[in-house]
Design a protein around this ligand. Structure first.
Ligand code: NAD
Length: 475
């Protein structure tokens, strides 16, 4: 067999590293792709039939190339040592302690990966920032990498990932764009061209954008901030709709018809979640503050503030609608993932809503088609809720005493419930036998749709008292 034309190693086999590298391996059969991670459990799962993350189409892609030119391993140092290109796709969460806690990105994992690359490398390499990092991170990474004993040369590129969980495979196969930032030097441009040649195997040339390093790094933070801003904007309008009798779906449809605005990301909901939006905006806020731009920081902070408001507004609405108390009442929580088609629960609004209801002593029965009970249990025990600033209060060890039950069947979850809260827009929740659910509930039966997926008029006809985000309330 001919030797590989290029050896790629990706540090971090998570939601980004795994699918991204699987797509490269699929599209470039002559490139050897190793995905490495310090987590033995994660790597074992990638090597099994039970992949560590749920993404439509992912298992087919992995099966097509695993063992051919795609390999998952914990042998991090050996596989980094000899490769030509190292992607770094480690987690960059919000710092929880010390300088910048609650806002700044924690680059501990990134720095340790960079130090390891500097130490173990046996040949010159291109180091690619795949993780989302603060603007100017490459400068710091260059400093770490340039201090290596063997005189090895590293070229740093920024190649942020724009995939969305739930549609990762589709996004990777047909990206809106691939962004590559590099230094404007001969070596930097050579590295840009090497990475371009990988993506060019399946991405049309006009969709591969090249920029300077700082623009590429900042573009990722800005893209997430603007996407989240659209959600907070429509959610802010949803609150006004409820107070005035306007319908947020009608408003969103009307404004989305404006070609300058467009219809995407105008779906009102209980709030955005996921590991990225809040973390990246808070990081942007911190960078603005560090650069003396307090007004700009304040502007972006409001996107997170409105999201917190939306989550707490929803939980308060559930309680106030149910005669101002949910103590001892059974409430079925339908959906715990932060959105459909993923098992990811990081920063899911369900955590805040559940804590809000538990704080009023509700009895919750939680059902999600993809999220296992242990994961929900861990999420609810590790995160503590307070009404006004939930994102600042995620601390370990928060205790919740109200009752939480878990269901593996959606109809069982709803049986005997006083109310139902739809918190994830899983397709299955659109097509449930709501008459059957209604018949088996306590009366009056309440339905709180945090994703606006049920047909309100039909539900009301059945007898439900319905609350949908940004819609006229029950008379
Ligand atoms: P993740 O937590 O799922 O995966 C990160 C992996 O890196 C973990 O498995 C961890 O064990 C591993 N790791 C950490 N330090 C390591 C080291 N020194 N050596 C080897 N492995 C190490 O994170 P993710 O969701 O894949 O996100 C990764 C980055 O991509 C983040 O910066 C994130 O902001 C960004 N991003 C995420 C998404 C998304 O939808 N999840 C989308 C675009 C960008």
């Amino acid at each position: 067999m001919a030797p590989p034309s290029l050896k790629i190693c990706c540090i971090g086999a998570g939601y980004v590293g795994g699918p991204t590298m699987a797509m490269i391996a699929l599209k470039c059969p002559d490139v050897e792709v190793n995905v490495v991670d310090i987590s033995k459990a994660r790597i074992a799962a990638w090597n099994s039939d039970n992949l560590p993350i749920y993404e439509p189409g992912l298992s087919e892609v992995v099966e097509a190339c695993r063992g051919r030119n795609l390999f998952f391993s914990t042998d991090v140092e050996r596989l980094v040592a000899d490769c030509d290109v190292v992607f770094v796709s480690v987690n960059t969460p919000t710092k929880t302690t010390g300088l910048g806690a609650g806002k700044a990105a924690d680059l501990t994992y990134w720095e340790s990966a960079a130090r390891m690359i500097a130490t173990v490398s046996k040949s010159d390499k291109i180091v690619v920032e795949k993780s989302t990092v603060p603007v100017k991170t490459a400068e710091a990474i260059e400093k770490v990498l340039s201090h290596n004993a063997k005189g090895i040369k590293f070229q740093i590129l920024s190649n942020p990932e724009f995939l969305a969980e739930g549609t990762a495979i589709q996004d990777l196969a047909f990206p809106d764009r691939v962004l590559i930032g590099g230094r404007d030097t001969e070596g930097g441009q050579k590295a840009v061209n090497t990475l371009k040649s990988v993506y060019a195997r399946w991405v049309p040339e006009d969709k591969i954008i090249t920029t300077g390093l700082w623009s590429a790094e900042l573009s990722k933070l800005a893209a997430n901030a603007i996407l989240a801003q659209r959600i907070s904007s429509v959610n802010a309008i949803s609150a006004l709709c409820e107070s005035t009798g306007a319908d947020v779906s009608e408003v969103a449809f009307a404004i989305g018809k404006d070609t300058r605005i467009g219809p995407k990301f105008l779906q009102s909901s209980v709030g955005f979640g996921g590991s990225c939006f809040q973390k990246d905006i808070l990081n942007l806020v911190y960078i603005c503050e560090c650069n003396g731009l307090s007004e700009v920081a304040h502007y972006w902070k409001q996107v997170v503030a409105i999201n917190d408001y939306q989550k707490s507004r929803f939980a308060k609405r559930v309680i106030s609608s149910m005669f101002n108390t949910v103590a001892g009442k059974k409430i079925a929580i339908l959906g715990f993932a932060f959105k459909k088609d993923t098992g990811d629960t990081r920063e899911t609004p369900a955590i805040d809503v559940c804590h809000g209801l538990l704080g009023d002593r509700a009895v919750l029965t939680i059902f999600d088609p993809q999220v296992p009970e242990e994961q929900i249990r861990r999420d609810l025990s590790m995160n503590k809720f307070e009404w006004d600033h939930p994102h600042q209060l995620h601390s370990h060890g928060g205790s919740v005493t109200s009752k939480i039950e878990y269901a593996t069947d959606v109809y069982e979850a709803c049986k005997g419930a006083h109310g139902i809260c739809i918190l994830t827009e899983w397709e299955m929740f659109r097509n449930l036998d709501y008459q059957r659910i209604y018949d088996n509930m306590q009366k009056p039966a309440f339905l709180f749709d945090g994703r606006n997926i049920v047909k309100v008029a039909d539900m009301r006809k059945m007898g439900f008292i319905v609350y949908s985000i940004g819609k006229p309330l029950d008379p």
